[in-house]
Design a protein around this ligand. Structure first.
Ligand code: UD1
Length: 434
């Protein structure tokens, strides 16, 4: 297994480049399977989740070629014929469940393993299944698999209200609805940038979708979709992570640039919270320049669906609050108890506690290096950020979580002044024997 050894106290400088969005790319890849031909997706990050989903797609018989250096991924849906997504792959990544919609939309049937739990909670898929039934699929559960069939090979379409609004369920239902024999409506649909970009690609493929970017999506099914050449958006969560890194680990008064940012994708509450901390912040095209102030102000946040403060940035924000002067709180309204990183951060001398469903963070305490465990993707990166501002050495164990979603993270941060080494280790080695 790999770990990161982070030596703290090395100030960041220069420019951090943002890769293509992982979450959007996964949805775009599922869309690629709907066309009977070769779809090209550009600006795809070379990440473990992308390789996993490529393997899931290949099980159908479709061709997948990924030019990592060029970040170009091609999906040839012409050879797809099998309608299965096996447990061995779905258990590695929940977004594999997009195969339910992709296979129903393309072939009118699907046998997709149910994803298991998740590091920070149950994360159900009930809306995906109930929604698909509302669009006209019959759904059965067999041996841990969802077996879905559309009558006479094509779903008729229907109306479904998502409660709560769900990114994944919106994407899955769209995959099924765009080739239905009739019309559909999704109420309380997600309008995260990932969903909007995905809808735009589907429209380019020939799908008829109204209301893109709003809470109500109206879809008129079409007979077939065409392959397209599409460019993925930058990763908004990586962008936000780098902006937080710049705010806490830059030298006071010096500017760090984060390049390849779509500010609109970050949402106003995140940008307002950043400005509220007192950092200098200027935007020039797709580059955001962050200047660290003498002291950071503690800004409490509450995550919410887009355009709310992203849940995928709250663990990183905890570290920023620990570097601020004063106390502040974080509440996650999307995943109520996504706080597995707190006990690990406490091992680094952070005073943060979970109380009544929110985290209270004391700012201004010097963090210190420790051995800490990654528990999920965003929790892991918060440990790396904490290590960068801690005194001494931090060992972030189990970084396979991090490799799912941050492309060449240590290389990018080291090129900007950080000191992070990737080291292989044996998790079960007896300490006395080392
Ligand atoms: C996506 C993102 C993830 C992000 C999350 C919220 C991908 C691959 N992942 O996950 O990084 O943290 O959005 O922005 O894009 N829910 C149900 N029933 C369902 C589905 C969801 O109750 O069938 C609930 C969830 O428990 C959660 C809320 O809906 O409380 C939102 O989850 P959802 O938007 O579905 O998250 P994902 O699409 O899984």
């Amino acid at each position: 297994m790999d770990k990161f050894v982070v030596r703290g106290g090395r100030p960041l400088y220069g420019t951090l480049d943002v890769s293509g969005s992982k979450n959007t790319a996964l949805a775009l890849m599922a869309a690629g399977l709907l066309a009977d031909g070769k779809t090209t997706i550009r600006n795809v990050p070379a990440l473990r989740d992308i390789y996993t989903f490529s393997r899931v797609i290949k099980v159908t018989g479709a061709g997948v070629e990924f030019d990592e250096a060029d970040h170009r991924l091609e999906i040839d849906g012409a050879t797809a014929s099998k309608t299965v997504a096996p447990y061995e792959l779905v258990k590695r990544m929940r977004a594999s469940f997009y195969m339910l919609g992709a296979l129903l939309g393309r072939f009118g049937k699907a046998r997709v393993s149910l994803p298991g739990g998740c590091a920070w909670g149950p994360r159900p898929v009930n809306l995906h299944m109930e929604g698909m039934e509302a669009l006209g699929a019959s759904i059965d559960l067999e041996d841990g698999y969802v077996v879905a069939t559309a009558p006479s090979g094509r779903m008729p379409g229907g109306v479904f209200e998502l409660n709560p609004s769900s990114v994944g369920a919106t994407i899955n239902l769209l995959l099924g609805a765009v080739t239905a024999s009739g019309g559909s409506r999704i109420d309380n649909a997600a309008k995260e940038p990932d969903v909007v970009d995905f809808c735009r690609m589907l429209q380019r493929m020939g799908a008829r979708i109204d209301g893109v970017g709003t809470r109500t999506l109206e879809i008129e099914g079409v007979d077939a979709l065409s392959p397209v050449d599409w460019t993925n958006s930058p990763d908004r969560i990586e962008a936000g992570t780098f902006m937080i890194a710049a705010a806490i680990a830059g030298r006071v008064g010096e500017t760090i640039s984060v390049r390849g940012v779509n500010i609109d994708h970050l949402g106003k509450p995140f940008m307002d919270a950043m400005k509220g901390t007192g950092v200098g912040l200027s935007i020039d095209g797709d580059t955001v320049a962050i200047t660290r102030p003498t002291t950071l102000k503690p800004i409490s946040v509450r995550t919410d669906v887009f355009p709310g403060f992203p849940t995928d940035l709250q663990a990183q924000w905890t570290v920023l609050l620990a570097c601020a002067e004063g106390n502040a709180r974080i509440r996650d309204t999307v995943y109520l108890d996504r706080f597995k990183h707190i006990p690990e951060l406490r091992r680094m001398n952070m005073n943060a506690i979970v109380m009544d469903g929110e985290v209270v963070v004391e700012g201004g305490r010097q963090l210190s290096g420790a051995h800490v465990m990654s528990t999920d993707l965003r929790a892991s990166v918060s440990l790396v950020l904490a290590g960068m501002v801690a005194e001494g050495e931090t060992h972030v164990l189990r970084i396979y979580h991090l490799d799912r979603g941050y492309e060449r993270l240590e290389q990018k941060l080291c090129a900007a002044g950080a000191d992070i080494r990737r080291v292989s280790y044996d998790e079960w080695a007896d300490p006395e024997m080392e």
